[in-house]
Design a protein around this ligand. Sequence first.
Ligand code: FAD
Ligand code: MLT
Ligand code: ZN
Length: 458
Amino acid sequence: MTLEASLRTAVGSEHVLLDSALRASYETDWTGRFSGISRAVVRPTSTAEVAQVVRACADARVPVVVQGGNTGLVGGSVPARDSGNHPPVLLTTSRLTELGAVSGLSRQVTVGAGVTLAALAAHARAAGLDFGVDLAARDSATAGGMVATNAGGIRVLRHGSMREQVAGAEAVLIDGRIISRLDGLAKDSTGYDLGHLLAGSEGTLAVITRLRLRLVAAEPERAVALIAVRGAAEAVDLLASFRPRLPGLCAAELSFENGLRLVASHLGIGVPLPRAGGAYVLVEVAGQSDPMDDLLAALEASEQVLDATVASSVADRARLWQLREGHTEATSASGVPVKLDVSVPIGRLAELVERLPGTVATAAPGAELVAFGHLAEANLHVNVLGAAGSAELVTAAVLSLVAKLGGSISSEHGVGQAKARWLGLSRTPDEIEVMRSVKAAFDPLGLLNPHVLLPATH
Ligand code: FAD
Ligand code: MLT
Ligand code: ZN
């Protein structure tokens, strides 16, 4: 039996896409920078079907690329450009959309890996709880993709990254075996935690099919402020003064003058607090009671504030948030940017911000640097526009600077295919060797996302 026939038997012929026009939207990533040909796009609807699909691929020695919402920014969810002569099967989790009953007692829920963040959060809120992680791609990013990338987002300072939300996982190995621990026991010390090992694995170890996720208390009362400060150092000091004063602080997002102007012109809106500062911090405070007075008191008491505007209504808060969340689209509107996602120790953030313009100008003279990010994690998104021709040079220069400052080449987006060759800047040769052994234990044939995360050996 051909592989295509086995795939049809597993999921039904209408869910095996062979026609290139039907496959196209799955084969290019969100940035438009990464794309490759697949042999087929396959849409299983259960763990059992996923097992049949990957087993058929393993028997045929055909690689498998796993895809969730395809909002990843490092090319991990699409085939490699040079996959032409051995195209992989692209397995999408888009039909794994189970929403299990919310447990108010354990504050947990079991969901299919293909459930979007927006659907998961709405499901939790309908039960009087909430989900701790949030990010601007919420309408498309999936639970499985967010665990596979260990996504961060805008609420990490309050609830942690995706790894911290995982109470259990079910996944399929390349040979079709299923590992499943969805009981969500609060305490369980029986050896290696395979569920957590899958967090950040970027589709290289197993296909996540279901997740047991922790939920958090709903915090209906919120207040937001956009604050102008002199620069990155003052932003860090502002955060240090706010944290003890605002126990409900749940977001602290950093942006800069040129990024705000780019977003405002892209959205056709005005920039609040124009030219008030070199850097801007957007903070959100949440709780069971209205936090606005506490926020105003913290603003009053802080020496770093040059100017600020606050919002409490849903519409006004959304208006301020779009200025921050609009950066990704605005930077991608004028061509394919070099997108880097780095973090440094918070005490070195100001130094990174200071040294970046020179580093970028040397690697790509005339290119425009747009930086923004998550202040509390000192996680900076370094976007370089108009440098398509020197993407490798810019990437090498920026990541080497970050490594010198004791930082990570990937803070929340993952390594993907975009940064695999630079993994050695954040991981030692021994660490990479152990990671290869872990990969070999899960996927001895090396068929799962072979172009992702680990640097090529040949
Ligand atoms: P995909 O892009 O489909 O896949 C991502 C990786 O996970 C790939 O390597 C894929 O092979 C693997 N994978 C997917 N599903 C599975 C599965 N079921 N089993 C095993 N492996 C799997 N990221 C952040 O961290 N923070 C942000 O604030 C943030 N904001 C964003 C804003 C915008 C506008 C956009 C476009 C993206 C943003 N991202 C952000 C990036 C992206 O949304 C995250 O990386 C997200 O986790 C990807 O989820 P996905 O379902 O789209 O995964
Ligand atoms: C963000 O924080 O906006 C995202 O991680 C996306 C990006 O880096 O563009
Ligand atoms: Zn981010």
